[in-house]
Design a protein around this ligand. Structure first.
Ligand code: GDP
Ligand code: MN
Length: 391
């Protein structure tokens, strides 16, 4: 789960990481009020679940109240496009009003902690070349990124923090501040079960202080049950609406780019195999919807509705293994959906397993126009043909 910068900074601050003072604002009036409380200059920062806001015009300095109001009015409601939002951009609904830090004579660096799945350890990354283009640094000069792996049993050790601090070339007086800073950052990462904590830029001020000027925190969905207070930070406005709706019915819906076949499957393994066979047949999936092991006819109907709300879908492939979800229950849900929702796109059904014959018979006798397939290759070829081939 992604959260906003101001929420991430609150978590960091709780663990003792220095962040600028700031306040969230939903309206220009709230923005001005927050700014007056903080004192000018302030930075007005668009809060969206994507980076690159600075370059996209979503981070602005305000020296007076009228300027702050004008900037807040301009940014709130704007469609902010950055290299991370895609061309459609994101509507800005919240602002972070923050004490403006003087960047003169300062240095922007980079810090991140994430899980290195290959090593099965968290890795602490740091680079003296921070600011806005860390992706470019990684591509151009991978040596410029320091890495320190953390043994989850032993934890993050002070010598590792010193190694990173010296590696960044920090002045000696700042090294003693970097050690608690980095340790607090790791503590925040661990305590919140984060999958990523990124500070870019980490600011080294002219006075030799370290400040987290930006914060990106991603939380591990599988650990959220342990953090009800973090679950409340979820912002549904920032998520794909169909994915949110699917999760409300305990369905797993994933939107994919560039395809034309909607896929209804049960189980993640079958989902992957189904996408493979569609590709092999020359097509491309528009999405997949995993109805899980024991879906009801009603859930199947909701699943269909969500699948068809995706305007990229030209044809639907239902590839289900009847285990706990019996094929006749599936057929009942599919027939109800196609009737009630007046489905116009072609539907290809392949089902195997419990009550398969009964399910097939229900589809045949429904009077609706289903194409059925006996094996997966045939199913994929049929659906790709009706979806109009590859896109
Ligand atoms: P991002 O572009 O989405 O990663 O947003 P950031 O929070 O990193 O802000 C982008 C840039 O705005 C930073 O790299 C800074 O150069 C600038 N910026 C952020 N906060 C301040 C501030 O307090 N004062 C000044 N002068 N610039 C700031
Ligand atoms: Mn940033």
């Amino acid at each position: 789960m992604k959260i906003h910068e101001y929420q991430g900074k609150a978590i960091l601050a709780q663990h003792g990481v220095p962040v600028p003072k700031g306040k969230v604002a939903y309206t220009p009036d709230e923005a001005v009020e927050a700014a007056k409380g903080l004192g000018f200059p302030v930075v007005v920062k668009a809060q969206i679940h994507a980076g690159g806001r600075g370059k996209g015009g979503g981070v602005k300095l305000a020296k007076r109240a009228d300027e702050c109001a004008a900037i807040a009015r301009a940014i709130l409601g704007m469609r902010l496009r950055t290299h991370q939002t895609g061309p459609e951009g994101r509507i800005v609904r919240r602002l972070l009003i923050e004490q403006g830090v003087d960047l003169a004579g300062s240095k922007e660096m980079y810090l991140a902690i994430l899980v290195d799945r290959g090593c099965r350890k968290p890795v602490f990354m740091a680079s003296a070349q921070g600011g806005m283009e860390i992706e470019e640094v990684a591509a151009r000069d991978p040596q410029a990124i320091l890495r320190e792996w953390i043994d989850p049993v032993v934890g993050f050790r002070p010598y590792q923090a010193r190694k990173l601090a010296f590696g960044l070339g920090l002045p000696p007086a700042t090294v003693s501040k970097a050690v608690p800073f980095f340790s607090s950052l790791f503590q925040a990462f661990e305590a919140s079960d984060a999958s990523l904590v990124e500070v870019n830029p980490l600011l080294l001020t002219k006075a030799g202080e370290l400040v987290a000027l930006d914060a990106k925190v991603n939380l591990d969905d599988n650990a959220l049950f342990r953090h009800p207070e973090l679950l409340e930070l979820r912002d549904f406005d920032e998520e794909e609406p169909l994915e949110v709706e699917a999760s409300q019915y305990s369905l797993n819906y994933i939107k994919l780019e560039g395809g034309s076949v909607g896929c209804m499957v049960n189980g993640a393994g079958l989902a992957m195999a189904t996408m493979d066979i569609i590709k092999l047949a020359g097509g491309s999936p528009a999405n997949f919807l995993d109805v899980g092991g024991g879906a009801s006819a009603d859930q199947i109907k909701n699943a269909f509705r969500i699948l068809l709300a995706d305007r990229d879908v030209r044809a639907v492939l239902i590839n289900i293994f009847g285990g706990i979800l019996r094929c006749d229950v599936l057929a009942e849900g599919v027939i109800a959906a196609v009737r009630d929702l007046e489905v116009k796109v072609p539907v290809v059904v392949r089902m195997k397993g419990n009550n398969e014959e009964k399910g097939q018979q229900m589809l045949r006798e429904s009077g609706l126009d289903f194409a059925t397939a006996d094996d997966r290759t045939e199913a994929a070829e049929k659906v790709v043909a009706v979806a109009g081939g590859a896109r």
